[in-house]
Design a protein around this ligand. Structure first.
Ligand code: GAL
Length: 379
């Protein structure tokens, strides 16, 4: 088995580092970077930052990096996480507006559920920055900072195919299952559309067969991006379409590392793998969460998509500084993100595919994760 990171560390060192990693967990600025917001200019006032959840590592980094960058720029910050609960997010934003924040930065849970809050924000003259997930069906947002979400899907599918070519060379057709994200998150649709732009021609020509026949985003969807829901769906698919684990299954398109881990657990429990070298299906992912990067390093998960959330936080901070100074941030995309009411001026950041061969270059050399964290599988 090819292990890039863990093979370089003695077992004792790994155990010690695991403990160090756990301790580092409580550090606000730990992992995923801590230098967001530099160069964003300076400002004063208060920014309300509403993040969806702390159940996934990335949103904790997003929240902490954004807060740090805003504070460095001179703002006071009210940062709230909403436990993936829509009424909680609505209340938290209501309170920020009542408190009189000067700018709002919001990563929504349900992109269509904040209409009332955003009307109140607009009435109070508070500019709203939609963070990573586009807030839909409202005119009351001012800017959108995100990654190239269609490209994420293209990269996930491209990586799935390269994994199939590597681990199931000469097999035809490849049996594949498809997972999507949460339908109330606009990004899930971009990821799916990007992925299907690559996969649909291969499904049409028969080189890829979706054994369950479930090829619509609705069938593949995973409510709230839940790892448990993904595991359950994968278990059901294995039971119904793959003889409980005896059937050939070569790949699973997964849009997010949490979902990937649920899928992998179901696959391993059914007897696939436990590693790619033993026939585990190729599973993709997204976010470069440390638990998944560790599994990639161990030859279990095939790939993830790295999105440098430090840079996203930096863009959000820069936009907040612009608004606070009465200016308008400069978009780099004014065509792709129609929220149902208007095309929202957006700033898109690039993404990259990570697999076992480029973990160090993409994630360690860039300071996103340390080798120790990856070896330990925790922050
Ligand atoms: C999406 C985001 C992904 C992933 C997912 C689950 O909106 O773009 O990177 O984090 O949510 O949290």
């Amino acid at each position: 088995m090819k292990r890039i990171i863990t093979r370089t560390l003695a077992a004792g060192a790994v155990a010690t580092l695991a403990l160090a990693g756990l301790t580092a967990c409580s550090d606000d600025n730990g992992g995923g970077g801590s230098d967001a917001g530099s160069g964003g200019g300076s400002a004063s006032g208060t920014v309300g930052v509403s993040m969806p959840t702390q159940t996934s590592e990335r949103w904790i980094f997003d929240g902490n990096n954004t807060r740090q960058g805003l504070e460095d720029a001179g703002f006071e910050v009210n940062l709230q996480f909403a436990n993936d609960d829509i009424p909680t997010q609505q209340q938290q934003i209501d309170q920020m507006i009542t408190q009189g924040v000067d700018v709002l930065i919001i990563a929504s849970i349900d992109g269509t559920a904040l209409g009332t809050q955003l009307e109140a924000a607009a009435a109070a003259g508070i500019p709203v920055i939609s963070y990573d997930r586009l807030i839909r069906d409202t005119e009351n947002i001012d800017f959108y900072v995100t990654f190239d979400n269609f490209q994420v899907g293209v990269d996930q599918a491209t990586s799935l195919i390269s994994g199939l070519e590597t681990h199931f060379a000469g097999v035809s057709p490849w049996y594949v299952e498809l997972f999507a994200g949460s339908l109330d998150d606009n990004n899930a649709h971009f990821f799916w559309d990007g992925a299907m732009s690559v996969l649909q021609p291969r499904i049409d020509d028969g080189s890829i067969v979706v054994g369950s026949g479930q090829t619509t985003i609705e069938q593949g969807a995973t409510m709230r991006w839940s790892q448990e829901a993904a595991q359950t769906r994968m278990e059901n698919l294995i039971t119904a379409h793959y003889g409980g684990g005896s059937g050939a299954l070569h790949g699973v398109l997964s849009p997010f590392d949490g979902i990937s881990r649920g899928i992998i657990t179901a696959l391993q429990n059914a007897g696939y793998g436990p590693t790619l070298a033993d026939g585990l299906p190729v599973v993709t992912g997204q976010d470069a969460e440390v638990a998944s990067v560790s599994m990639i390093d161990q030859g279990i998960q095939y790939s993830t998509i790295f999105k440098d959330t430090r840079l996203l936080a930096e863009q959000a901070v820069a936009a907040a500084v612009s608004f606070a100074n009465g200016e308008t941030p400069t978009p780099n995309n004014t065509t792709d993100y129609d929220n149902g009411v208007f095309v929202v001026p957006s700033f898109l950041l690039p993404v990259s595919i990570v697999n076992i061969d480029n973990i160090v270059v993409e994630l360690v050399d860039t300071g996103f994760l340390t080798e120790e964290q990856i070896a330990a599988g925790v922050m």
